[in-house]
Design a protein around this ligand. Structure first.
Ligand code: ADP
Ligand code: MG
Length: 229
């Protein structure tokens, strides 16, 4: 489908969203009503209107959705699919973090720990802490750490609330979290949660870097926005 054909196939509301160019815009519509189609057509239209593909950022949640978005854009504007910054939130984080590794005291080729790496680290820490039957707690603690990172809760803050609760398990989990962060730091590695948290912190705390990307991106589009935190 060409851009012309895609534009013609849109309903009036979709077309209005594609042509809108006066600031932030939120599209609210049910599943399967054509939000992603609107978004990809909008990207193609922006490029046709002269926006630079490499200065358009489109983010979504899953690799599959990002891949699909890329294919749809590529079909509408051959050659542009590769240039547009189409990413999952995590892969966007990886790209920004690698570009600014130095500012974070990281190596540009930092390792990324997945769920099984996380479990290995937690397992080792529990062993080092002399926990008798560590297997039972590994997954639970990995989830607690991931949730803490989602909420941008530090090991110190987790320890404070754990101490206040007086619950042994919570205190142990907070201690594991502290050691876990230490181990990742020593290994120069980031876990999936870090990819989001460190990106937020980078942009929040470094005004020059934030300004750079605010200037660099001419357009930012977010699919599946209802799933963001
Ligand atoms: N105006 C339209 N006319 C015809 N088909 C459409 C229209 N809008 C969307 N579709 C089709 O409906 C399906 C769902 O669209 P999609 O953009 O994936 O929806 P959503 O992202 O809202 O879940 C796709 O196959 C898409 O091509
Ligand atoms: Mg969609």
């Amino acid at each position: 489908m060409t851009l012309e054909e895609s534009l013609k196939s849109l309903n009036p509301q979709q077309l209005e969203a594609v042509n809108y160019d006066a600031g932030p815009c939120l599209i609210v519509a049910g599943a399967g009503t054509g939000k992603t189609k609107t978004l990809t057509t909008k990207i193609a239209k922006l490029i046709a209107d002269g926006y630079h593909p490499a200065r358009i950022l489109a983010v979504t949640f899953t690799n599959k959705a990002a891949q699909e978005m890329r294919e749809r854009v590529e079909a509408l504007v051959p050659g542009a699919g590769k240039k547009v910054w189409i990413h999952t939130f995590h892969s966007f984080g990886v790209r920004i973090l690698r570009q600014n590794a130095q500012a974070l005291g990281l190596s540009r080729d930092f390792a990324i720990y997945d769920d099984s790496d996380q479990k290995k680290v937690v397992s080792l820490i529990l062993e080092q802490m002399g926990i008798k039957d560590p297997k039972k707690e590994i997954s639970q603690i990995v989830s607690l750490i991931s949730r803490a990172k989602d909420d941008m809760v530090s090991p110190e803050t987790m320890m404070q609330s754990a101490t206040a609760s007086g619950l042994d398990f919570k205190i142990r989990a907070a201690e594991v979290y502290r050691r876990y962060e230490q181990k990742l730091k020593e290994a120069g590695a980031l876990d999936f949660g870090d990819l989001l948290v460190k990106t937020v912190v980078l942009l929040r705390d470094h005004e020059d870097i934030r300004n750079y990307y605010q200037e660099f991106f001419e357009y930012i589009l977010v699919d599946e926005y209802q799933d963001t935190n």
